[in-house]
Design a binder for this molecule. Structure first.
Ligand SMILES: NC(=O)C1=CN([C@@H]2O[C@H](COP(=O)(O)OP(=O)(O)OC[C@H]3O[C@@H](n4cnc5c(N)ncnc54)[C@H](O)[C@@H]3O)[C@@H](O)[C@H]2O)C=CC1
Ligand SMILES: O=C(O)/C=C\C(=O)CC(=O)O
Length: 351
């Protein structure tokens, strides 16, 4: 074997039903006393009990998906003015992403409290969107110092969002099998992530408030994010980032739709990945395993259902050909990427 794996330094706290106490303990452990609390007003009911236990100097609610640069600038200015010494984010990937944008320029530590399965809390990946272009990058400054997972915060996540977000986590696992820096440790973490998600997701799809199902799904989502952070964005993530920025598509749903098409595209030329994914699903092949799970979950099927225009297929191909890593198992061409996008747009069977 010949590879270098970097393990990211981070505290991970599972605290079912006691996020407020756990977050307060993490703030104290960092010896911080001035909290900028970043959380959308939509999640106020989840956030208020946490806020009550913290020395909050600023509560910032201006959260937007894909982190438009103007939203990041406003949050950075607010952080500087407030004199905060720590960022606490409570919310989904959009909220964590905004905290990362602030950490990038201020150097403030983040304590992340996720309320979806996006996994941003466990990565050093940031994303910012300017106009129609989403840019992502890696910076250890944006890796949250601590994560507090409290399954009770996800009991309010609607069923459709639960499924889509869980499949965003599944996509981290699958793309980690061939991401640009993928190594055997990433692939082992991703395989266990798939197993955990395949066990947890049917439970939360049937009952989004099941604490046992949420905990199992959070466990899988954490492993997924750790694998993805190390392996980097492969073909699947590049497609979702280009489409998400260009057409302002909902992030988790875009991942959920595109994943089976990328898996079908790559698995014939990725034998090790195919075996690992199939094994994790307990299925004869990777594609069959994912298809069966998607059927159980009644997963989203077509990009046209989420606002992508048909003309966007042609528009996205050139930026995608520039963005997809050269090590992708199946070489990409104008024709095969166009065909993949058209199938995902229509929601036809993955070929
Ligand atoms: N940097 C990274 O490693 C990653 C970044 N992301 C970023 O995260 C963003 C997407 O994050 P998502 O979590 O998919 O969506 P999100 O954070 O935008 O949340 C989606 C919707 O669910 C609602 N919501 C969240 N938690 C809830 C709860 N517990 N109960 C009820 N409603 C709830 C939100 O208010 C929002 O309306 C994108 O900008 C994406 O780029 C996503 C994954 C990894
Ligand atoms: O696509 C993902 O799920 C992972 C990474 C990002 O979304 C990058 C970002 O923070 O915008």
């Amino acid at each position: 074997m010949n590879f270098t794996h970097e393990t990211l330094p981070q505290r991970v706290v599972f605290a079912a039903g006691s996020a407020a106490e756990a977050v307060a303990a993490e703030v104290a452990a960092l010896k911080c006393s001035r909290v900028m609390l970043i959380a959308s007003g939509r999640e106020a009911g989840l956030v208020d009990p946490i806020a009550k236990k913290l020395p909050v100097v600023l509560r910032h609610e201006d959260v937007v998906m894909h982190v438009p640069v103007e939203v990041a600038v406003r949050a950075r200015e607010a952080a500087e003015t407030s004199g905060a010494d720590v960022l606490v984010s409570v919310g989904g990937g959009s909220t964590t992403g905004l905290a990362k944008a602030v950490a990038m320029t201020t150097g403030l530590p983040i304590i992340a409290v996720p309320t979806t399965y996006a996994g941003s809390e466990a990565t050093s990946v940031w994303g910012l969107t300017e106009g129609e272009t989403k840019t992502t990058g890696v910076d250890n400054k944006v890796l949250p110092a601590s994560i507090v997972y409290d399954a009770s915060l996800l009991t309010s996540l609607p069923g459709k969002m639960t499924v889509a977000s869980g499949l965003n986590a599944m996509a981290h696992c699958v793309d980690s099998m061939w991401g640009p820096r993928s190594d055997p440790i990433d692939r082992a973490l991703a395989q266990e992530g798939i197993r955990g998600l395949a066990e947890g997701l049917p439970v939360v799809a049937a009952d989004p408030a099941s604490m046992a199902g949420i905990e199992q799904t959070l466990y899988g989502a954490y492993l997924a994010a750790v694998a993805f952070a190390s392996a980097g964005s492969g073909m699947h993530h590049k497609i979702c980032h280009v489409l998400g920025g260009m057409f302002n598509l909902p992030h988790a749903q875009t991942h959920a739709v595109v994943l089976p098409y990328v898996l079908a595209f790559n698995s014939p030329n990725a034998a090790d990945a195919d075996v690992r994914i199939a094994t994790a699903f307990g299925s004869p092949t990777a594609t069959a395993g994912l298809a069966a799970l998607r059927k159980t979950l009644d997963a989203p099927r077509a990009l046209k259902d989420f606002g992508m225009p048909e003309s966007g297929i042609e528009k996205a191909v050139a930026p995608l050909l520039r963005a997809i890593p050269v090590n992708n198992p199946t070489p990409v061409t104008h024709e095969n990427v166009t065909a993949l996008l058209r199938a995902a747009w229509e929601g036809s069977e993955p070929a």
